[in-house]
Design a protein around this ligand. Structure first.
Ligand code: IMP
Length: 427
């Protein structure tokens, strides 16, 4: 039975948290598969409004096991404060499981994130500063410390000492920055081990059993396809694979088991951090959408850059993900506009470009080619099914479906759980 993947189709912040929260009710296991606390999911449900960064959104459902998978960069301090906040508000975290393979964000990773950003100068990526890039750098150089090490303190100490010696050389010789103290970090992580050790487990048998028993497994994506390390707007990307393939790999589930890949797209788009975005709105309409949509980062509070729906980028997203269906969110934000635009192609030096360029320098030269669509000028927030959506809003959804190449199974018309239209495309 089903393995579902919910993946951001654009530059992150598409409203995946709400979709995952909705679907998690039927899931036996919800898996966060990649990224770290650089991601932020806002969930609004009958228990209140929650900003989740690491805890999978299935946590609100008592029957659901919530796995932080092998591909995650896990900051134990952030996780603990998120767990404490959930418990304080009456949400149990006893169903949390941490894969022993997940790499740990160590206190020196955010330090290096900041130092590296400073060193990039004008070419800064605009990272969230959470140390995620440096954590994955250590993982790829096979010098990382994993959650499983929290169960063996001697091993933790040895790995930490080796890491601290290397980091201090870099701090001293390259960055001319204050050195770090391995003892203090060790004491801090012994504390984390005491609290988190009970959640660390081998995640493979849990997923194997769930799939064998025909239970629903929901893979919860972080970030968005255009921030993917391989397929995004490199170098203005995050450091994991945020696509469907990346999620399967980060969770440890083979592609054969996948039944529904859901691409989440906002009815417009946004991004935080630097890098080209051809359909960016730098005018009053952009400001209006930002304010009406409260488009400020959940992790850093930075204002998000907003733009019209980019169908060229959406097709690229479809090609690398192979979505079966899409979820189109935040339609209500556009309710009052007279006219909307969809970016259907780019133009470079007078020539029409139909594909998404791989090189950021080429993307930066792309001018948007727009197709105008009339606005619906009516509130969509109370629509309970497709027929109740204004005709122009239906046409807008159809245009997005055509440009992505997949039908919309869900349409979001407000922040709350119930403000969602299920079109019947997936049950
Ligand atoms: P990092 O992931 O902190 O290294 O940041 C790299 C880029 O990805 C920056 O432009 C961030 O703003 C962006 N980014 C990372 N995670 C998210 C997310 O969940 N939503 C939106 N942007 C993100």
């Amino acid at each position: 039975m089903p393995v579902l993947a919910v993946v951001g189709g654009q530059w992150g912040d598409e409203g995946k948290g709400k979709i995952i929260d909705l679907l998690a009710g039927r899931a036996h296991v919800v898996v966060r598969a990649q990224g770290g606390d650089n991601a932020g999911h806002t969930v609004v449900n009958p228990r209140g409004k929650f900003a989740l960064h690491l805890v999978p959104a299935g946590i609100f459902n008592e029957q659901t096991r919530c796995l932080i998978g092998p591909g995650v960069a896990l900051n134990p301090a952030t996780l603990l404060s998120e767990m404490d906040e959930l418990e304080r508000r009456g949400v149990s975290t006893q169903n949390l499981i941490i894969s022993a393979r997940a790499h740990l964000v160590m206190p020196y990773h955010p330090m290096f994130d900041k130092l590296e950003e400073e060193a990039r100068g004008a070419g800064a990526i605009g990272t969230t500063g959470r140390g995620i890039g440096p954590t994955y750098t250590d993982k790829l150089s096979r010098a990382g410390i994993v959650a499983g090490d929290l169960l063996y303190l001697e091993r933790l100490r040895q790995k930490l000492d080796a890491a601290v010696a290397r980091k201090n050389l870099l701090l001293e010789r390259i960055y001319n920055a204050p050195l770090i103290d391995g003892d203090a970090i060790y004491q801090q992580y012994v504390g984390h081990a005491e609290r988190l050790g009970q959640y660390v487990a081998e995640s493979e048998p849990i997923l194997e059993q769930a799939i064998r028993d025909g239970r629903t497994v929901l893979l919860e994506g972080g970030h968005g396809t255009m921030l993917d390390i391989d397929h995004g707007t490199y170098p203005y990307v995050t450091t994991t694979s945020c696509t469907v393939g990346g999620l399967l790999n980060g969770a440890g589930i083979g592609p054969r088991f996948l039944t529904n890949a859901i691409g989440v797209f906002k009815a417009y788009q946004s991004r935080v951090g630097a890098g080209a975005m051809p359909s960016e709105l730098l005018d009053a309409t952009g400001d209006y959408i930002r304010e009406r949509g409260h488009e400020y980062g959940t992790v850093t509070g930075r204002p998000r850059r907003v733009g019209w729906f980019d169908a060229v980028a959406a097709r690229h997203s479809m090609n690398v993900n192979g979505f079966h269906t899409i979820a189109l969110t935040r339609m209500d934000i556009l309710d009052e506009l007279d006219e909307l635009q969809i970016c259907v192609a780019y133009e470079v030096d007078g020539a029409r470009v139909e594909h998404f360029p791989s090189q950021i320098e080429d993307l930066a030269r792309c001018k948007p080619v727009y197709e105008a669509v009339s606005g619906w000028k009516a509130p969509t927030g109370d629509a309970q099914d497709w027929k109740e959506l204004p005709k122009q809003a239906q046409e807008y959804v159809r245009l997005v479906e055509e440009s992505v190449g997949a039908p919309a199974g869900l349409i979001g018309v407000g922040q709350e759980r119930e403000k969602t239209i299920f079109t019947g495309v997936f049950s």
